[in-house]
Ligand binder design. Structure first.
Ligand SMILES: Cc1cc2nc3c(=O)[nH]c(=O)nc-3n(C[C@H](O)[C@H](O)[C@H](O)COP(=O)(O)OP(=O)(O)OC[C@H]3O[C@@H](n4cnc5c(N)ncnc54)[C@H](O)[C@@H]3O)c2cc1C
Length: 643
């Protein structure tokens, strides 16, 4: 299979402008003849559905939550990047482009990333026009703060609730179209299959989560805006419901899955505190603007801290190791996430970790409070501090926070071309569900930017180009392709309910998570990955023999919902392992212990692995690799350095 990224020719900065002019248009009177399914109502889905309906298309919008406003995007805390250069600190579209390519360890496409940087500035204007209450400085202008991997301040924010405010903006735009009759909402409805007719995506089969009814919906194009798959690790900062099912079912129907092993482990999360925990909590990266990361310099002191014999405040400055500031003086505490996470793991592995488990480092605000005052710190991060205090039971204004890396975001996802179209005609993937813009490591505050870029500014052009070249003929859900997909969905549900084994779904999920974290998490080896592959295969076999799914098919049944999702995670897990095994290099969040520099940093192999790994489904555990070579014409590939 030849993968065509469809990156337009010409100078980098002109590609998108030219492409927008060259794409075909659907005239206003014809737009109402086309139906578009948008699965997902997070920032990517809500912005896409609202924008397409505003243009005149008929949109059907799906989510599994009871309200579109509950999409996982609402959890986003720290901010959204944009190359506005309001700070006059040297930012530009090219610098945001460059930081993103470098941050992703040179494993993303130049064309996509430059477009993202270009439209970033429009996103802020759009959101301000919608009334999103971004933080402002004393003079009333929009304020900025810094995020990792950048030496400029370009992150726009609304306290520690940026995702919530942005989603309310997108939701308002969506609601306007619901009221206009251009968007029909289907909450509590879960897509369980993609329907293809004549090789094109023409609809979905979904389950009404309240009644259990299996429904078919037809359209001229299907957009998957279904978020990331970090919950394959069981414990992650993602919302509990986040899953891979929509993308995976599309993958099973032929859509390629790209770079599945590129997972982001976020350095600042509240450490795991027990075996019965089912969720991890993020402490936003924005805290690294003011918080200083450290551990005790020697192991004996760390041991005393762990036993509760010494308090952090009792440790003298000279006995602390501010290891990020020491190792990376230029970027200090604001190194990118992959670098900060690996360093936290290293110091803990070295016996210098704190907290009762030894798997924690300090994030200390004492200096910032002394410098700026507690009120200033409260105004910036108050809700995050409150959250920390409620969960940990310690006051972070008085004693340093404890943090440890946790699974947070997935850079991999469905393969898409420049138009955000998968290799299946008529099937698009937006937001975290696609693989496109972040390479092997996403920079902080760039996911919200990408989701909204895709939904507000890219898909309105590129989808029109596809629809203009396809007839507006409606297709009935009585078509055999719909009936076949419905039968497949129903028979999987019946199978899950009929096993009646002994082990609950969550137990399988937890065991899968342990395998993934231990062998395909923050660091990986060929040996460990091979072992993990076998373990996942065995767990999957056991699942299909011994899972216990309670209840029936025709009712609200969360055990059944989870079983469907975990069944897909059990296949995805193996693909992630295959992908990590295939990539004999380290890059960004993919750290293979065999490939590291003398200083312990990720060592790429550009000669052999400068490609997107796009996998084709051939049955569980069987995938064929297709490569899209990455072409760099505007940046020079170098060993990433944040020193
Ligand atoms: C705690 C936390 C904080 C974060 N903070 C930031 C930040 O400050 N800045 C930043 O840039 N990024 C941040 N991120 C990342 C960012 O929030 C996400 O990457 C982004 O919100 C994903 O948006 P999305 O629209 O792609 O998907 P989501 O918001 O995950 O939405 C997915 C949608 O798809 C629907 N869906 C999924 N599967 C199905 C199905 N089968 N059928 C029907 N509907 C389905 C869901 O119902 C939901 O509506 C954070 C992430 C976390 C976990």
């Amino acid at each position: 299979m030849k993968l065509d990224s469809k990156i337009p020719a010409g100078p980098l900065a002109e590609k998108w402008t030219k492409h927008k002019f060259n794409v075909k248009l659907v005239n206003p009177a014809n737009k109402r003849k086309y139906d578009v399914i948008v699965v997902g109502t997070g920032l990517a889905g809500a912005s896409a559905a609202a924008s397409l309906a505003e243009l005149g298309y008929n949109v059907k919008s799906f989510c599994f939550q009871d309200s579109p406003r509950r999409a996982h995007s609402i959890a986003a805390q720290g901010g959204i990047n944009a190359a506005k250069n309001y700070q006059n600190d040297g930012d530009s579209v090219f610098r945001l482009f460059y930081d993103t390519i470098k941050g992703g360890d040179y494993r993303s496409r130049e064309g996509n990333v430059h477009r993202l940087a270009e439209v970033s500035v429009n996103i802020i204007d759009q959101c301000v026009a919608q009334g999103v209450p971004f933080a402002r400085d004393y003079g009333g202008l929009l304020a900025n703060r810094s995020f990792g991997g950048a030496q400029v301040s370009r992150t726009f924010y609304a306290k520690g609730q940026t995702g919530q405010q942005l989603l309310l903006g997108a939701y308002s735009a969506l609601s306007r179209q619901v009221a206009n009759g251009k968007v029909k909402m289907y909450p509590r409805t879960e897509m369980l299959d993609l329907v293809m007719v004549d090789g094109k995506a023409r609809g979905i089969v979904a389950r009404n989560l309240i009644t259990g009814e299996i429904e078919s919906h037809s359209a001229h194009a299907v957009l998957l805006c279904t978020g990331g798959y970090g919950n394959v690790f069981f414990l992650s900062t993602n919302a509990m419901g986040s899953n891979v099912t929509a993308a995976w079912r599309a993958h099973r129907k032929g859509a390629l899955f790209a770079n599945p092993c590129f997972t982001q482990i976020h350095p600042t999360c509240i450490p795991v505190h027990g075996d019965f925990q089912s969720k991890l909590t993020l402490m936003s990266e924005s805290l690294r603007n003011d918080g200083r990361v450290w551990v005790p310099k020697d192991k004996a002191t760390a041991e005393k801290v762990r036993k509760g014999q010494v308090k952090p405040a009792d440790i003298a400055e000279a006995d602390r190791d501010y290891y990020l500031e020491r190792k990376y003086p230029s970027f200090g505490n604001l190194v990118p996430r992959d670098v900060a996470s690996r360093n936290a793991k290293d110091v803990c592995d070295d016996g210098k970790g704190v907290g009762s488990t030894g798997l924690a480092v300090y994030l200390d605000f004492a200096d910032a409070i002394k410098r700026d005052g507690e009120d200033t710190i409260r105004a910036k991060y108050g809700n995050l501090f409150d959250m920390y205090q409620q969960i940990v039971g310690e006051n972070p204004y008085k004693t340093p926070m404890m943090i440890y890396p946790a699974v947070h975001y997935t850079m991999g996802g469905l393969w898409v071309d420049y138009n955000l179209q998968t290799n299946v005609p008529g099937l698009y993937a937006l937001g975290e569900a696609n693989f496109s813009d972040h390479g092997a490591n996403r920079l902080g505050a760039s996911a919200l930017m990408q989701g909204l870029a895709d939904g507000y500014f890219v898909i309105p052009y590129t989808l029109g180009d596809y629809l203009a070249q396809n007839p507006a003929d409606k297709i009935s859900t009585d078509h055999p392709a719909f009936k076949e997909a419905e039968t497949g969905v129903k028979s999987q549900i019946e199978k899950l309910l009929s096993i009646n084994g002994k082990k609950p779904v969550d137990q399988f999920h937890k065991e899968l998570g342990h395998i993934m974290w231990d062998y395909c998490g923050m660091s990986r080896t060929a040996e460990g990955l091979k072992k993990a592959k076998k373990m996942v295969q065995e767990l999957r076999d056991e699942f299909w023999k011994d899972v216990k799914v309670v209840g029936t098919a025709d009712e609200l049944n969360m055990s059944l919902e989870k079983a469907n999702r975990v069944a897909d995670f059990l296949e995805l897990g193996e693909l992630m392992i295959d992908d990590a095994l295939n990539r004999n290099e380290s890059c960004g969040g993919h750290f293979r212990e065999e490939y590291q520099t003398e200083e312990g940093e990720a060592k790429r192999d550009d000669e052999n692995y400068s490609y997107v790994a796009a996998w084709e489904y051939n049955g569980p555990g069987k995938a064929t690799l297709h490569k899209e070579d990455l072409v760099f014409e505007n940046v020079k590939l170098t060993q990433r350095s944040y020193k």
